[in-house]
Unconditional design. Structure first.
Ligand code: FES
Length: 156
């Protein structure tokens, strides 16, 4: 993944100001940074550490402890392809292949234009409608390879 976001110093300063530079609010501050960039850019973590007078190692340990935080760039849209048994036997693998081919990324990666992040999950509780693809929390059932392109195109 080559695409990187350059954090704006002023933006980080204004996030820190919201919390009066209180190091005890580190998690909330990181949540706000992630809301801004969709992930936690390294440069932003450095600025947060400096602004709070907290060692960078401590900022990193909090950022990597919580699963909700991502240290890698994330796309604007999160695609989850269900590979649970029920979806798998109905052809989820082919749907995943088609998405990977269409976006030119593999599961766990993000497109260079930061439009999509692709992940797989094991059962999202809608087995009867499989194969299921969930984009930004919205379910599409009975997916086939030919439905992939129009579905992706509906997410700008
Ligand atoms: S296996 Fe895909 S929804 Fe259950």
């Amino acid at each position: 993944m080559k695409t990187k976001v350059k954090p704006d110093k002023q933006k980080i300063k204004s996030i820190l100001a919201r919390y009066d530079g209180d190091a005890g609010m580190l998690v909330a501050i990181l949540q706000d940074v992630q809301a801004e960039y969709n992930y936690l850019p390294k440069e932003a973590l450095v600025l947060v550490g400096e602004g709070l007078d907290v060692p960078l190692s401590q900022v990193y340990s909090v950022a990597s402890f919580f699963k909700a935080f991502s240290l890698k760039p994330r796309g604007r849209h999160l695609i989850n392809v269900c590979l649970g048994t029920a979806c798998h036997v109905r052809g989820a693998g082919k749907v995943l292949d088609e998405i990977q081919r269409e976006l030119n990324i593999k599961s766990g990666e993000t497109t260079e234009d930061l439009r999509y992040t692709l992940e797989t999950v094991n059962c999202v509780g809608a087995c009867a409608l499989g194969p299921i693809v969930v984009i930004d929390g919205s379910y599409s059932g009975q997916m086939t390879g030919s439905k992939v392109k129009p579905l992706l195109e509906s997410y700008k």
